[in-house]
Ligand binder design. Structure first.
Ligand code: PLP
Length: 465
């Protein structure tokens, strides 16, 4: 399998160089040249355990990693050492929840980032290269990436988060990791500023090469790849539990990474009837799937901060496919968006932007009410991100908009990670979690820098000197 850029300016490359490149050198995103159809293999895959399933899915895309090496990688990541079950699906009232929050930092990002850390070490081990990770986080990616890379020889990791705008728990999950190769930087700005700084530095190809910069945010294809696997697991498990032959997935969305993986799974032939995209008040993506117009608005701060994003870094991958894999057309649209803050495509003659998607958004009142109701009626405690998805899915069920196959809501974080929202919704504290309690009296380390790419560039160079 070879990888090309959405903007058409990178000669096709293999999987391992694509993983190291992160952002494509022409400013686009790397995508596989084709999507393998596995519909005739599904029956063989149903009974596989998680590492074996991950091996089967990943070997189709990571064709330059020998089978033996890949088997070792998925075993090391998803075997007994993972810490908890990787991707169990449980019933909660009329819905199913795919619980992806049993990894070390209690959010779904662990599933991919535990793998990516191991993958980086595997690739570097063979090339003797160094890698310096630069990543912006709205809260959860940072800690998951730090836990994936801490203490690894040959890797330094620089994580930018918006100063004072991540939750105290999220902040401590990052800043209490004192390994020498971990560098936390708080930027005086919002998440989009952090993401813009990363983009500026990673687009400076001279600096990128000199500082061996790599990426762990979901612009890195390996993350999307690792996430594809759990949609297979959840679809198989839900079909087995309910007797259904297909499912719908409802995915709370910020950077369009998680739902993009679901879309790839669908395109690979997994029987997914529909993807339900759920946003909070930052509803630029929901707007696109309703009208064809993608327009940046003002940022709303919500109780689901990992989804407080206006410009979704992975949307470009989807849009590339939506415009018929036409890199020239995509380039024009992205330039238009950079210039004016909006882009638009023609919905079909029936006004449907994409029949595989439906999209809706949820207010914070709605989110709190959903947490309260699910706790009261079904004894299930939702974190505020998962609750955004559940609110949107429950609304569809109530309106009988698409009665049919079971809905699996992606559970993106453990409720113990967001106690303030839980308290507001239910009047009670979530059950304590040992991983959270342990953070509170540990020492921390973090630098605060102005919202300026040059300040971050200097910090990286001096750390590496
Ligand atoms: C990152 C994150 C999301 C959004 O996922 P995307 O891949 O950015 O769409 C949702 N919920 C939680 C808890 C997250 O950490």
């Amino acid at each position: 399998m070879r990888y090309v850029s959405t903007r058409g300016g990178v000669a096709p490359i293999a999987f391992q160089p694509a993983v190291l490149m992160g952002l494509a050198d022409d400013g686009g995103l790397l995508i596989p040249e084709s999507i393998p159809d596995v519909s005739d293999r599904l029956d063989d895959w149903r009974a596989l355990d998680y590492p074996a399933l991950a091996f089967e899915v990943m070997r189709l895309y990571a064709t330059d990693v020998p089978d033996e090496g890949l088997r070792t990688l998925v075993e090391a990541t998803y075997g007994a050492s993972y810490g908890g079950p990787v991707a169990p699906t449980v019933q909660a009232g009329p819905l199913h929840v795919l619980e992806l929050f049993h990894g070390p930092t209690l959010a779904f990002k662990d599933v991919a980032l535990q793998f990516l850390g191991n993958l980086f070490s595997h690739i570097l081990g063979r090339t003797g290269r160094r890698l310096n990770i630069l990543c912006a986080t709205s809260g959860d990616t940072g800690s998951a990436a730090i836990y994936g890379c801490r203490g690894r020889p040959g890797i330094d990791i620089f994580i930018l988060h918006p100063h004072g705008r991540v939750s105290p728990i999220q902040e401590r999950q990052m800043t209490t990791v004192l390994d020498e190769n971990v560098h936390n930087i708080a930027i005086e700005g919002i998440f989009d500023d952090c993401q813009a700084i990363v983009k500026t530095l990673a687009s400076d190809l001279e600096f990128k090469a000199a500082a061996s910069l790599g990426a762990v945010n979901s612009i890195n294809w390996a993350r999307v790849l690792a996430q594809i696997v759990y949609y297979f697991r959840a679809c198989f498990d839900t079909c087995a539990a309910t007797g259904a032959d297909r499912v719908r997935f409802c995915v709370p969305t910020g950077n369009f990474g998680d739902i993009l993986a679901a879309w790839y799974a669908l395109r690979m032939g997994l029987p997914i009837e529909r993807l339900i995209l759920a946003t909070n008040e930052n509803d630029i993506l929901a707007g696109f799937f309703r009208t064809g117009r993608y327009e940046r608005g003002a940022l709303h701060r919500t109780l689901a901060p990992a989804m407080d994003i206006q410009v979704s870094s992975n949307f470009e991958r989807y849009l590339y496919h939506r415009v018929g894999r036409d890199a020239g057309r995509l380039r024009t649209l992205m330039q238009e968006f950079a210039r004016s803050g909006a882009l638009a495509i023609d919905p079909g003659p029936d006004g449907v932007v994409d029949a595989e998607f439906v999209a809706d958004s949820c207010t914070m009142d709605d989110c709190l009410d959903t947490i309260r109701r699910w706790h009261r009626d079904h004894g299930y405690l939702l974190d505020p991100h998962t609750a955004v998805g559940v609110a949107v899915a429950a609304r569809r069920i109530a309106a009988r908009q698409d009665a049919g196959s079971p809905i699996v809501c992606v559970g993106t974080a453990h409720p113990a990670k967001f106690p303030d929202a839980i308290r507001r919704a239910t009047g009670r504290d979530p059950a304590p979690h040992p991983a959270i309690d342990a953070l509170m009296d540990r020492p921390t380390r973090c630098a605060v820098l102005p919202n300026d790419p040059e300040a971050v560039r200097r910090a990286i160079l001096s750390a590496l000197a």
